[in-house]
Design a protein around this ligand. Sequence first.
Ligand code: ATP
Ligand code: MG
Length: 567
Amino acid sequence: MTAPRPTVEAGSHRGDFIRDIVAADLAAGRVGSVVTRFPPEPNGHLHIGHAKSICLNFGIAADFGGRCHLRFDDTNPTKEEQEYIDAIEADVRWLGFDWGEHLYHASDYFEQLYAWAVHLIEAGLAYVDDLSGDQIRGYRGTLTEPGKSSPWRDRSVAENLDLFARMRAGEFGNGARVLRARIDMASPNINLRDPVLYRIVHAPHPRTGDAWCIYPTYDFAHGQSDAIEGVTHSICTLEFENHRPLYDWLIEHLPVPSRPRQHEFARLNLTWTVLSKRFLLRLVEEGRVRGWDDPRMPTIAGYRRRGFPAEGIRRFATDIGVSKRDAVIEIEQLEHVVRDVLNQRALRRFAVLRPLRVVIENYAAGQVEQLAAVNNPEDPDTGTRLVPFGRELWIERDDFMEDPPAKFYRLAPGREVRLRYAYFITCREVVKDATGEVVELRCTYDPATHGGDAPDGRRPRSTLHWVAAARAVPAEVRLYESLFVRPDPGADGDLLADLSPASETILGDCLVEPSVADLAAGQTVQFERLGYFCPDPDSGPDGLVFNRTLTLKDSWAKAQARGQGGG
Ligand code: ATP
Ligand code: MG
């Protein structure tokens, strides 16, 4: 695997407090070489919040000449699946990062973790508790009241060793017993009130199969996995801040081979977006979206299917930076960078979403000419392509008004407009059906305006895109809007009630220029004047299907220009 680390943005990151810590640790000789990790639990697909963490961890490793591991935090077999493991690997690669040979699983360490649990028991620092989960919660106390000791807290080492071995051997049912650290039931930090280290779960594991029926908790597995791998900087989100004393306690009391340190940063929150695997899973399971990769999903797979380039997501992660304070980023900022990348990269093409027929009366029937059209004005190297033109054309229904108001400069009876890269046309007659709907425009063209300029210098106030009827390819286009009706979904406590019924609009009668038929899925182009679009994986020889990636309207850039917006 040779996916290069992203070079476009290399070095463009802002310094941040985590990079400052890493630099200081290196300068002081506290660490020799930087090792980070991205530790997903394979219980769902990755979302854009994970992308922030991936860019941070892999980015720091790259910036400081270290390495970043991909480690699956697979300690909960009832929720984890191989499908998710595969998808996560594919997503991280697609984002442009490479873990090389450093692919790990917490489950690789189950035997070592078990040995360390025994070590704690032998040191009098862990015990088998027969209380139920509910009882343990009840005994734990609150922020203002100390916890109460379990009656099993003072079991002998021998009895604990025996019971723990029998837990492993499968003698007890789910939840019958747990192993707990023996720390301090009165600690002001509730995570130190004898946290659970192992639970009994009789369920096959995607990797270890039936080898185990006891599984370590996140807290017991995570720091020790970091230590085994020689991770120097264990970077996680703020909700783990009050787990850090436990992280440190375990590292201190176990004969681990290295001394990792945990550092926390604020997770990504985005307006109009819910970043919770549990909720996203629910949308998938209830069939409210087309799957984890539905273009409306904030998953990496969803953005990919929608046509967002990986570079846009990486640049967004860089732009928003890293902080210790929770904040909500505006979705418009993500869309802004993605538009910026697409504006540079996307080829321009013609498509008509809601077609209206135009017949050019003075253009010979059966004649087709090929006109040169610029592929991307931002990138002259992409040259031009030929677009067929003929007597019958499709234009956008919105681009005509029979009775135009003052500021409508597009086509209207008697008015001349430019057809981009083609000719000027003038509308001579409007044809309607029995219901009074406009079904066709009879027009004339001026042959002297070939290519789109008039020798006499006259300039129509508007330029339209179009597709020649004889060569147009039919397509379905799916327009996407936010999944939610409000920028703060769930603020009233009910996420499902905030789902938008209009998040997907399917247009079945679109027409695109012939060259568009050859695009690969996910290859985003700009349909001129309409937005960015890419072929959906549903697209095939039986019919083209396009997703709208984004419209052209950049409200973030406008807000920035007015001196508003979040950054
Ligand atoms: P979710 O809360 O969406 O269910 P999670 O935190 O349970 O996600 P993990 O697989 O445990 O998902 O996360 C892997 C890594 O990604 C962790 O280090 C976690 O801190 C980080 N991460 C998860 N969500 C975000 C986010 N919104 N912003 C930044 N990092 C995140
Ligand atoms: Mg988690």
